[in-house]
Design a binder for this molecule. Structure first.
Ligand SMILES: [Zn+2]
Length: 96
């Protein structure tokens, strides 16, 4: 039931397509479903959207690759750096 169809890494990889509505309906739903249950990814999405809004990129509907790469890097770094205070029992595991 609560089994995630996509991993965090996949969500991150697909996020640009997700935001640009370039995913097939099923993929879009999988990403949305993951974001709904994964605090880490939803927090990251919030950060991405805030960054995009700050840069005014939303008008273009495109996220510049350097922006995405930087965000992705910071997210990966925060994941590796510390287990995240409230990481226990989360619905989000990198692999498994
Ligand atoms: Zn996640």
């Amino acid at each position: 039931m609560g089994q995630a169809k996509v991993s965090c890494d996949e969500v991150i990889a697909l996020l640009t397509d997700y935001l640009e509505d370039a995913l097939p309906a099923e993929g879009h739903r999988d990403v949305a479903g993951h974001l709904d249950v994964c605090p880490g990814c939803s927090a990251w999405l919030t950060q991405v959207l805030a960054t995009i809004a700050a840069l005014g990129c939303l008008r273009e509907g495109v996220i510049p690759p350097p922006v995405l790469a930087a965000l992705r890097e910071s997210f990966a770094g925060s994941r590796q750096g510390r287990p995240n205070a409230a990481g226990a029992g989360g619905g989000c595991r990198g692999r498994g």
